[in-house]
Design a protein. Structure first.
Length: 159
């Protein structure tokens, strides 16, 4: 199983990178998890709505260009569906059982993702109604992917 995370921006602090790397390493028992950091589009200090739309479109095009054919695509969106860890695990299991050998998770920049990206997703997911820093959200995503695989493989990690 190949699992990809395409995320706009870099993890700037070493503790974010270490936390994400730990979950990527742990996932190695069940899948190959690859995290690809995509560059943020440059914006002026006070961007206009048009500047933001252009940037989000550019970032979305970079994500869409990397999608493997017939992948199960999950996008993190504020308005996405909230689900339990067990529900996420079951959703991923259903995708894998249906023959999807590639799972892709998309994490946008601070202005979100384009409608084109949203339309490419089979699932739009939200961690919470609360707002989290993008760097923390990426670590949380890595942890939830690991948790989903522990649930699917009957491991004690999930309680």
């Amino acid at each position: 199983m190949n699992v990809y995370i395409y995320a706009v921006g870099k993890l700037s602090e070493p503790w974010w990178r270490q936390a994400a790397a730990e979950y990527v390493k742990r996932c190695g028992r069940w899948c190959k998890l690859t995290v690809t950091e995509l560059p943020e589009s440059r914006l002026p200090k006070s961007p206009s709505a048009g500047d933001i739309e252009r940037a989000v479109s550019e970032e979305g095009s970079a994500m869409l260009a990397r999608l493997p054919a017939k992948a199960f695509v999950v996008g993190l969106f504020i308005e996405g569906r909230q689900m339990s860890s067990e529900q996420l695990a079951a959703t991923l299991d259903t995708a894998m059982t249906a023959g999807k050998s590639d799972l892709v998770f998309l994490v946008g920049g601070s202005y979100g993702m384009s409608k084109e990206v949203e339309n490419a997703c089979e699932l739009t997911l939200s961690f919470s109604k609360m707002t989290f820093p993008h760097q923390l959200a990426r670590v949380m995503l890595c942890e939830q992917i690991y948790r989903a695989f522990t649930i699917l493989n009957g491991q004690d990690y999930h309680k």
